[in-house]
Design a protein around this ligand. Structure first.
Ligand SMILES: [Zn+2]
Length: 326
């Protein structure tokens, strides 16, 4: 992961961090949004411990000591959690038990000596996807990301909508009539209890034991249970489409990006549930095309914008996908 450019011994870059339920990814994002020094470890090992903010700072100090040639201008972290309005405190997450009411931004600024910016992980993802799809000047864009949970982000005129308390876009925690299961957020009957990667993993374990979750669409995509699961994913998407009538709907996350995922079936189901004749007959579906680097680049975008720099409005996908493999 080390890189030692000869002509620019100390180039400025954002220390970008993407924390998911499974992986903690780190990289350096330059002002042109190129990603360098990509690194990935288990997030539970680093964070599901006492004092997770301090352990994260330890991890980032170690990472920086190996990221030769890059000078961190700021640190930006996306969390699978709600974050307070001022973007200083990680409030609540349903996936990493130890991360509750954590003043991460203050801890990172003190430990690393650089400005720290934090946000929900899906907001970082949508910042990336707006640029990957040329949507920064669109009026309303929604992102629905089916990973371990069901993530949602809303962009209005190119700005992520945060809401009064900073917690807008908790689509996965809308309660549905007929659902009663306890959710990781503490409530009951949330959409995320059925429209999430966690639910798919449970389904595969009970109905298709022995099949790796990531292969389920390839091996069992024609089975009624899997088709029904995909139609269930359409419920939250159509719900938000009906409310916001967005210019585009970005779909992504580990489930949607799994091999053989039936995009056409999902789109048909969203159209079937959306209000007729419009918006149902004219929904612009887009897909996250990049993988593990999107959240890091999104974090870089967030920090460079906060630092006042001009941020590119388009991303050449292959450019940063290529640099991620270095
Ligand atoms: Zn919930």
């Amino acid at each position: 992961m080390s890189e030692q450019p000869k002509s620019h011994p100390e180039r400025a870059a954002v220390l970008a961090v993407d924390i998911g339920g499974t992986h903690l990814r780190t990289g350096m994002v330059d002002p042109a949004l190129g990603l360098h020094a990509f690194n990935q470890v288990s997030s539970q090992a680093v964070l599901n411990v006492a004092n997770p903010a301090e352990r994260l700072a330890d991890h980032l100090e170690r990472f920086l000591s190996g990221a030769h040639g890059w000078r961190p201008a700021a640190v930006a972290v996306g969390f699978p959690a709600t974050v307070d309005r001022k973007r200083r405190v990680v409030m609540s997450t349903s996936n990493i038990a130890a991360m509750q009411n954590m003043p991460v931004a203050d801890v990172l600024e003190k430990r690393l000596g650089i400005p720290a910016f934090i946000d929900r992980d899906v907001n970082m993802l949508l910042r990336h996807d707006l640029r990957a799809h040329g949507l920064t000047s669109a009026r309303v864009v929604i992102g629905c990301y089916v990973g371990t949970g069901l993530g949602n982000a809303i962009s209005i005129n190119g700005t992520i909508h945060a809401g009064r308390h900073g917690v807008a876009g908790e689509l996965g925690h809308v309660a549905m009539i007929g659902l009663h299961e306890r959710c990781g957020c503490g409530s009951y009957g949330c959409l995320e209890t059925v429209a999430s990667g966690r639910h798919l993993a449970d389904l595969v374990r009970t109905r298709f034991p022995g099949t790796p979750v990531q292969d389920v669409f390839l091996r069992h995509g024609d089975e009624i249970e899997i088709k029904q699961y995909v139609r269930t994913l359409a419920v939250p998407v159509a719900l938000e489409v009906n409310i916001l009538d967005p210019d585009a709907v970005v779909l992504g996350g580990g489930v949607v990006q799994a091999p053989g995922f039936p995009r056409a079936l999902l789109e048909e189901a969203v159209v079937a549930l959306a209000r007729k004749p419009l918006p149902a007959s004219d929904i612009d579906f887009r897909y996250t095309t990049s993988g593990q680097e999107a959240g890091l680049v999104g974090a870089g975008i967030h920090a460079w914008a906060a630092l006042g720099g001009p941020v590119p409005t388009h991303i050449e996908e292959l450019q940063h996908a290529g640099s991620a493999r270095k």
